[in-house]
Design a protein around this ligand. Structure first.
Ligand code: ZN
Length: 290
């Protein structure tokens, strides 16, 4: 009886004090949005480091020696794939570690832009759920003792994503059909457009690496005038000057900032993925509603 009692005490202590930082599974996420997904599934059992942080642009990131060290210390690295992290293969090589690379977009049918895959799959909430499923399975395989917790965390988070997806659909349904079109800087909203039926036109392609030519910009300006596009949007990862110039030349108003490839710091508009999608929906509906 006494033995049973002490076992129960041990169990209580284990519940009250989650695994220490040393025991926690060390994982890396390549960019902030993925880091948020991993945090939601991993909870207190995982110690997570993000390479491209708040307001960072993962298309054009330059890894540091500190990043190689983070990877060398980790058991898993979560990446987006679909050509998003072009700098990653070299970094993995220089880290020289046996880290397991988990591609969070596995199982998502990529949209194509010419011969390039569009990497911004997270912009559809249905896809975000696939990321979460992949993260859950990879964490459970790496740390079977915590698998039950990961599954419970994932289930709770997936329910929140279901609600978010409904919210997005209901919000877009309130925008008159003819006004569901906007300009944003780079082609980051293809999956959002396909999922929710808002047309996005971008002067820059699916990567921020390229710059639009004068001809591209002239084409966009003509398109805004002929298609009567009501609003243009800034992005947290792109130079605002181009959009300001397009707005000045066409009279299309600036509808605010959309968060495409990166979350903001804690006090910003989009410190989590759910905050980011909510912010974007609100910005779109208030600019396009009438
Ligand atoms: Zn992008």
């Amino acid at each position: 009886m006494q033995r049973l009692f002490s076992l129960m005490c041990l169990a209580l202590i284990a519940t009250a004090f989650p695994a220490s930082a040393q025991e926690r599974l060390k994982v890396v996420a390549s960019f902030s949005i993925l880091g948020d997904f991993v945090r939601n599934v991993g909870g207190t059992s995982v110690s997570i480091t993000t390479l491209v942080g708040a307001d960072g642009d993962a298309h054009v990131y330059s890894p540091t020696p500190a990043d190689a060290k983070k990877i060398a210390d980790a058991k898993l690295i979560f990446v987006n794939g679909l050509g998003f992290e072009g700098w990653l293969p070299r970094l993995l090589k220089s880290a020289g570690s046996k880290v397991t690379v988990v591609t969070a977009t596995a199982g998502i049918a990529p949209l194509k832009l010419g011969s390039d895959a569009d990497p911004h799959a997270w912009q559809s909430v249905a896809n975000a759920k696939i990321y979460v499923g992949n993260i859950r399975d990879a964490l459970a395989a790496a740390d079977p003792a915590s698998a039950q917790g990961f599954r419970a965390n994932a289930e709770a988070y997936l329910a929140k994503l279901d609600a978010l997806d409904r919210e997005a659909r209901e919000a877009v349904a309130k925008i008159p059909q003819a006004r569901r079109k906007v300009i944003s800087t780079h082609g980051a909203f293809g999956y959002f457009a396909a999922a929710y039926g808002v047309e996005f036109i971008a002067p820059v392609g699916v990567s921020t690496e390229s710059e639009p030519s004068a001809r591209d910009i002239a084409g966009i300006i003509t398109q805004i005038r002929t298609a009567k596009i009501p609003a243009v949007f800034l992005e947290n990862v792109s130079d605002p000057r181009l959009i300001r110039r397009i707005s000045a030349e066409t009279g299309a108003r600036i509808g605010g900032t959309l968060y495409s490839d990166s979350l903001t710091a804690e006090k910003g508009d989009a410190p989590t993925y759910i905050d980011m999608v909510r912010h974007n929906i609100k910005a779109l509906t208030s600019a396009l509603a009438n």
